[in-house]
Ligand binder design. Structure first.
Ligand code: MRU
Length: 344
């Protein structure tokens, strides 16, 4: 059965991905026919957000197996797996999804292998939607009444299998009547907050105000923020969390202003084999993403640039991590381990 979510459409013999580079002004869908198309879409930022990247990679591998037909085997799929795995380094959902597919199809070949991979990719897609809805409810329960939530990057239906992680909490809080409004930081340099989050919230008439990232401290000092809610690209075993660059700044500000700092992510974003945030590979991207804005130069063409796409927030600055299994208050190694154990 075709599976539909706002940015990912599975149509049984191919995949459609909403090209997020064109939003909010154009709605264009990319047709993905094989693993290489999927890897390109991930690497070139057409599909964005940790859970969405994992889902796209899973479908890409399944499509590749289908093209191989009777010749399909995990050995023959090795180059496709390699290509997908090297598309982006930080979000663990990509590696988690590929490992899950490999494991579930370990003893299969030919059409049976392709069918299993397709079913598994569909399951990952559906599970992610359901996980977001559950974690949204858990997270909304942590917010004070009439809350104004500051968020960063994009964590909504576009970045996931549907509904969203941090924006899942926002959606649930809005439906539950406890949300006053959202403040979205624009999220330089890719502007996910400006281009995606503000657009997505406006589609649902959830009140949102867009601010420059550098306004966050002033807003907190003025008492205009009740909680910071963000997503995650990888959560280490001790709770240290990699997320979009600028998240760590917000966590430091939230601590100074005594505000809750809440991380929302499905269990597929938790990487128990990563002991702490120090080992997480931080993607470094092209300097022109900082030297230019919308293709226009805003800095000297040859100014040296450092452009890390993510940062790591130490667990000690996180008030709670929310997953589809519940809430880890004041996360540390023992609490994360207990949460994973209970979720089994
Ligand atoms: O646009 P990306 O893929 O570089 O951004 C990743 C994200 O969307 C996030 O960091 C997000 O906050 C966590 S994934 C829902």
């Amino acid at each position: 059965m075709p599976i539909d979510s706002p940015a990912i459409r599975w149509l049984d013999d191919h995949l459609l991905l909403l090209d997020q580079r064109r939003l909010p002004h154009q709605t264009e869908w990319l047709s993905i026919q094989n693993a290489s198309d999927a890897a390109d879409a991930i690497r070139d930022m057409a599909v964005r957000g940790a859970p969405a990247i994992g889902i796209a990679a899973a479908y890409g591998l399944a499509l590749e197996a289908r093209l191989l037909g009777e010749r399909a085997s995990l050995e023959r799929l090795a180059p496709a797996l390699e290509r997908l795995a090297s598309s982006r380094p930080t979000a663990v959902n990509l590696f988690w999804a590929l490992a899950r597919l490999r494991e579930r199809a370990a003893d299969l070949r030919g059409d049976a292998l392709a069918h299993r991979l397709i079913r598994e990719a569909e399951t990952i897609h559906q599970e992610d939607q359901a996980a977001n809805q559950r974690l949204g409810e858990y997270g909304a329960a942590l917010l004070p009444a009439n809350a104004t939530v500051y968020t960063h990057c994009n964590t909504g239906a576009l970045a996931t299998g549907g509904y969203g992680t941090a924006l899942g909490i926002v959606r649930a809080a809005w439906r539950g009547g406890v949300l006053n409004s959202v403040i979205a930081g624009e999220t330089r340099p890719w502007l996910q907050g400006a281009r995606l989050t503000s657009w997505e919230l406006m589609q649902e008439n959830i009140p949102v105000t867009l601010v420059a990232d550098s306004a966050a401290g002033l807003l907190m000092a003025q008492g205009k923020v009740d909680a910071v809610v963000v997503g995650a690209d990888r959560i280490a075993a001790n709770g240290d969390t990699a997320n979009k660059i600028g998240t760590y700044n917000l966590a430091v500000l939230a601590r100074y202003h005594d505000l809750p700092f809440i991380v929302a992510a499905p269990l597929s974003t938790v990487d128990p084999r990563m002991a702490d945030g120090g080992g997480i590979v931080i993607e470094e991207r092209d300097g022109n993403e900082v030297r230019q804005l919308g293709g226009q130069a805003i800095a000297p063409a040859d100014v040296p640039v450092y452009n890390p796409a993510f940062d790591v927030t130490p667990a000690a600055l996180i008030s709670a991590i929310v997953t589809e299994h519940g809430v880890i208050q004041r996360p540390d190694r023992d609490r994360v381990a207990a949460h994973l154990e209970n979720a089994r």
